[in-house]
Design a protein around this ligand. Structure first.
Ligand code: UTP
Length: 295
């Protein structure tokens, strides 16, 4: 039960907060500096020891399929053109991206209708064969020294229980997230006593919000399988984790060390994009000068 070799990345959501742009470009492929958001998440998984990634996508999301089928594949024609044009730097970047496919096996399953994040995970059940796995949302990036997922894996290795990534956020943002009531086990590790989805500021049980990165055990999938759709037609992971807590199961939280770069809505994505671009040595110094003109 120790190694986490597989990660599920669900990317079949509607992305309504990015409409109308998300009608033609899935939010998971928006750029952060000059790479798609999804690539940061794949790199995090690789750096955390994951060997196999299963995307949950849907047939209409052609751009995701293209990304999946073409982005990491070798492109001899482009390589030839870049060589002829002596564009060595660009060629180097291209090669680095193509090398990712040597480090990891990528596969996909489909979620035909967007019936919730828990429903999306269930579509990959056959592929995980009763192993504990990582689940990483396609729009949550964390900048950290130790990859965020690896921090969760370390907690899992010690306790062998499901682990959620937690981040402290300002009070006024709590009503937009899943927020947890916790009992501290040790530094940055908590037992989760309750999950409250989108609480009012007054009802929020703490300032710890759930970030879209998890270690899930086979038992979580049993709950998802029997879980009837929640409030609407959908099956949500957090509702099922809350049911597990009510049944006396232990769920843990890891308050990771690092900066949460949210990319799930327009303002947070713009913020994350600007933050990383300003920090990038290739663009930051020049961009700062340009920005001074406008501020
Ligand atoms: P979100 O909660 O951000 O939902 O999903 P969403 O539908 O993508 O976006 P909004 O709320 O309408 O703006 C978190 C992750 O789960 C995936 C999303 O693609 C995202 O990576 N997801 C969500 C699915 O794969 N299927 C679903 O039915 C719902």
């Amino acid at each position: 039960m120790n190694k986490i070799k597989k990660a599920i990345i669900p990317v079949a959501g509607l992305g309504t907060r990015f409409l109308p742009l998300s009608k033609v470009l899935p939010k998971e492929l928006f750029p952060l500096v000059d790479k798609p958001v999804l690539q940061y998440i794949i790199e995090e998984a690789i750096a955390s020891g994951v060997e196999q990634i299963i995307f949950v996508t849907k047939p209409e999301k052609k751009e995701i399929l293209n990304y999946f089928q073409r982005y990491f594949k070798k492109s001899p024609e482009l390589t030839e053109i870049l060589k002829k044009r002596q564009k060595h730097e660009i060629l180097k970047e291209l090669n680095q991206t193509e090398k990712i496919s040597e480090k990891i096996s990528l596969s996909q399953v489909f979620q035909k209708q967007a019936l919730g994040d828990g429903h999306a995970l269930l579509q990959a059940k056959e592929k995980i064969q009763g192993e504990p796995i990582a689940a990483l949302w396609g729009d949550d990036v964390v900048e950290s020294k130790t990859p965020c997922l690896l921090q969760l894996i370390k907690v899992f290795q010690e306790y062998q229980k499901p682990v959620l990534a937690l981040c402290r956020i300002p009070k006024e943002r709590l009503p937009y997230y899943g927020v947890v009531r916790v009992e501290k086990i040790k530094d940055r590790t908590y037992k989760i006593k309750q999950i409250v989805e989108k609480p009012s500021i007054e009802q929020a049980p703490s300032d710890l919000a759930i970030v879209g990165k998890y270690i899930l055990t086979p038992e979580v999938f049993e709950y998802l399988s029997k879980g009837k759709p929640g409030k609407g037609e959908e099956i949500y992971l957090s509702e099922n984790l809350q049911k597990m807590i009510e049944d006396g199961k232990e769920i843990l939280g890891c308050e990771f060390e690092g900066k949460w770069l949210e990319c799930g809505n327009k303002l947070s994505w713009l913020n994350s994009h600007l933050y990383l671009t300003l920090k990038d040595s290739r663009f930051g110094p020049k961009l700062k000068k340009e920005l001074k003109k406008y501020l």
